[in-house]
Design a protein. Structure first.
Length: 488
């Protein structure tokens, strides 16, 4: 009798899960219909954006861009920098003179940071790399207040992490050029960056996720910190794409606003107070771009994945802050958060092979090893992710399949991917990218980094875990079916 009861309970549980899943599908479908106003305008606005590019864009009219990363020579960050960021930069960053500058901000007092810089300067990366050595911030100096120690102990965050957050608010002081392309050491590029990915006319492209503000705990903490620092809510989650393109003056102007809001206090005092209150959950990217939305909106080209504008705009107290349909036009991602991106195919292999598949292959120079890798990749359908340009990470579910690319709108996203490959073919034909040179430089880099006791796996620019999510979901489905088929 007890066995029968357990089976009935399992059956009821399985039915409940299926009913709940059906309810969520119906709810999402109804929700999308209710918010269909965004969808109908997206394609029209997108086409207008392309016409604007065609009519007004020239390479020479925009300022040079500096690729920027803040790091230190802790082994974890060195491995990420060499095996993820630098590898993918060699293949996919836009290789034009005005975009060949890179700035790496390091710790002044760390001898290993100076050694890292010296080693990197000896390598031919095709980039003009400069280094800035930043002094230890006041709250980490010997004899700093007990509050600093307490925050570090309570949050478990490494002092280097807190230092990186603090440093972000002063990056404008170290950059010579007007525009920064801000990346992390685990930014993995997977498709070539074109001028259209950076600029729309004279405006810098911004990508945001609106739906995740109330989903992920980090985002709610970031929202609180943003409100404390600039007095207004976080507009979207902008920690969902890299590079983050910003005018360096935006950083300075945002910092000045924060100082104005807290008269008589130093920035150090303000920063640490907010960090202490939020367990060091501050997102400089979200602070800067939220500031830009409120005060410098006309300098940026906004692409915010917000499904229902009417509901989302309730977070703003003034209509002038509202997001409108023209701000919700989809654009592609050039990179993923590689540490949290799980794929069967390494990013570089996937990116180069997909480019070869989608453009005139005579422009692609590939080694024999890579050609064989491409052949192997295309043997199995599950190795190819045709929609990768609308995914940022797989671990946290940062993708656009419930917003920009949902339902019938998927064809719009596919159209954008096609446009991206057309632009890539144009740039390869013009000599902006050379995969052959990238391979030559890659091999030289890996000879150098052996001295640093760093070894990168073959073309591995991402977390090379099997795509276990599909296996997990398949297992759940089979389990539910087994439970439903249990005899009484």
């Amino acid at each position: 009798m007890g066995i029968i009861s357990r089976k009935k309970v399992c059956r009821a549980l399985a039915c409940g899960i299926i009913v709940w899943s059906a309810y969520m599908i119906i709810k999402e479908t109804f929700f999308l219909r209710q918010c269909g106003e965004n969808t109908r305008l997206n394609k029209q606005t997108k086409l207008q954006r392309d016409v604007q590019h065609e009519g007004t864009f020239t390479t020479h009219q925009n300022p040079a861009v500096t690729l920027l990363v803040r790091m230190t020579s802790i082994k974890k960050y060195l491995e990420r920098f060499y095996c993820i960021a630098m590898r993918s930069i060699l293949f996919f960053w836009i290789q034009t003179p005005e975009n060949s500058n890179m700035l790496i901000i390091l710790d002044e007092e760390t001898l290993q940071d100076h050694k890292f810089a010296k080693t990197l300067q000896e390598i031919d990366t095709g980039l003009n790399i400069k280094f800035y050595y930043e002094k230890l911030p006041p709250f980490l100096l010997p004899g700093a207040t007990n509050i600093t120690t307490a925050v570090i102990q309570r949050t478990g965050h490494h002092p280097a992490y807190m230092r990186q957050l603090y440093s972000s608010f002063f990056m404008d002081l170290y950059v010579e050029r007007d525009v920064v392309a801000w990346i992390d050491t685990d930014t993995g590029f997977h498709t070539p960056v074109t001028t259209e990915n950076i600029w729309n006319g004279r405006k810098l492209v911004v990508i945001g996720f609106g739906e995740y503000l109330n989903v992920f705990p980090h985002a709610s903490h970031w929202d609180v910190a943003t409100r404390q620092l600039i007095g207004l809510p976080m507009v979207n989650d902008f920690m969902t794409y890299f590079p983050v393109y910003m005018w360096k003056e935006t950083i300075r102007n945002c910092r000045n606003l924060i100082l104005k809001r807290f008269p008589g206090q130093t920035f150090d005092d303000i920063f640490f107070k907010v960090m202490n209150q939020n367990d060091s959950f501050i997102s400089p990217v979200n602070v800067f771009l939220s500031y830009a939305w409120y005060f410098e909106r006309n300098l940026y080209d906004w692409h915010l994945d917000v499904t229902c504008l009417k509901e989302f705009n309730e977070r703003f107290t003034k209509q002038e802050h509202f997001i409108h349909p023209e701000h919700t036009v989809p654009v592609i991602h050039n990179s993923v958060h590689a540490v949290y991106y799980h794929s069967k195919t390494p990013l570089i292999v996937h990116g180069v092979c997909m480019a070869a598949l989608n453009i005139n292959s005579k422009w692609i120079n590939m080694s024999t090893d890579l050609r064989n890798s491409c052949k192997e990749m295309f043997k199995y359908r599950e190795n190819v992710d045709e929609m990768q340009m609308f995914v940022f990470d797989t671990a946290n579910g940062y993708n656009h399949f419930n917003g920009w690319c949902s339902g019938e709108k998927r064809t719009d996203c596919q159209w954008l991917i096609k446009q991206q490959y057309q632009n890539i073919e144009r740039d390869i034909a013009n000599g902006i990218y050379s995969f052959d040179k990238a391979f030559q430089r890659l091999y030289k880099i890996e000879e150098f980094i052996e001295d640093l006791n760093i070894t990168c796996s073959t073309f591995n620019t991402g977390a090379q875990l099997s795509n276990g999510y599909m296996f997990f979901l398949n297992g759940i489905v089979l389990l539910l079916l087994d439970l439903l088929l249990l005899p009484y």
